[in-house]
Design a binder for this molecule. Structure first.
Ligand SMILES: CC(C)(COP(=O)(O)OP(=O)(O)OC[C@H]1O[C@@H](n2cnc3c(N)ncnc32)[C@H](O)[C@@H]1OP(=O)(O)O)[C@@H](O)C(=O)NCCC(=O)NCCS
Length: 173
């Protein structure tokens, strides 16, 4: 039987859970993220507490945690940037290998999208490394398409990433 999957916004006291998920994702899928495992491991533990607190309470940034049978098993971040014409992003998406292909990634992205929609966001953007074909297929399946914007990946300047977007109105209840 498939495990039951649920998603909830992070709470202010889940710094340790955030650190556990973030380091697990960087260990398992280093190709997918701008940050390195070494950077995350060397960061002050208190900085994860501060981030959890902010992501639990801010109206411009949030994290959502995937649970399988009550255990943390995935993560996504969402934020609205501070540009003159603000854009909303999902980032740092990761689902533990043991529970992949069960729509946990979809649940995470949809929870983040719902939260952004409540902030009057119309489009949600995601940067995806060109080499990360699985993530490209995942986002395409959810209705994301290319914006035409590409850039060198800041942490790996020899590689490129592509900016994808989907309209919020098509994906919220
Ligand atoms: C991308 C990721 C979040 C998907 O999580 P998930 O919970 O398995 O996603 P879902 O079950 O909601 O959707 C899976 C769908 O995405 C696509 N997909 C995901 N992985 C795939 C793969 N290895 N090969 C082909 N398609 C894949 C398929 O359409 C798949 O549908 P299927 O399960 O019916 O084949 C997960 O694979 C992951 O954490 N990867 C490593 C980190 C990463 O790349 N993050 C994205 C950074 S931009």
């Amino acid at each position: 039987m498939s495990p039951s999957l649920t998603v909830r916004r992070i709470t202010a006291h889940q710094g340790a859970v955030l650190r556990e998920l973030r380091t697990a994702s960087l260990r398992e899928a280093p190709y997918a993220f701008g940050e390195t495992l070494e950077e995350a491991l060397s960061a002050d533990v208190a900085s994860f507490d501060e981030t959890a607190d902010r992501h639990a309470n801010s109206s411009a940034t949030a994290s959502f945690i995937l649970y399988t049978e009550g255990h943390p098993a995935g993560l996504v971040g969402a934020f609205i940037d501070e540009a003159p014409a603000p854009r909303a992003f999902v980032y740092a998406l990761w689902v533990a290998p043991a529970v992949r292909h069960l729509r946990g990634g979809e649940l995470l992205v949809n929870a983040a999208t719902q939260w952004l929609a409540e902030r009057r966001v119309h489009d949600v953007f995601a940067w995806v490394a060109d080499e990360n074909r699985n993530a490209m297929r995942f986002y395409e399946r959810l209705g994301f398409g290319p914006t035409g914007e590409r850039r060198r990946i800041p942490a790996h300047p020899e590689e490129y990433e592509t900016l994808l977007v989907r309209r919020v109105a098509d994906h919220v209840t």
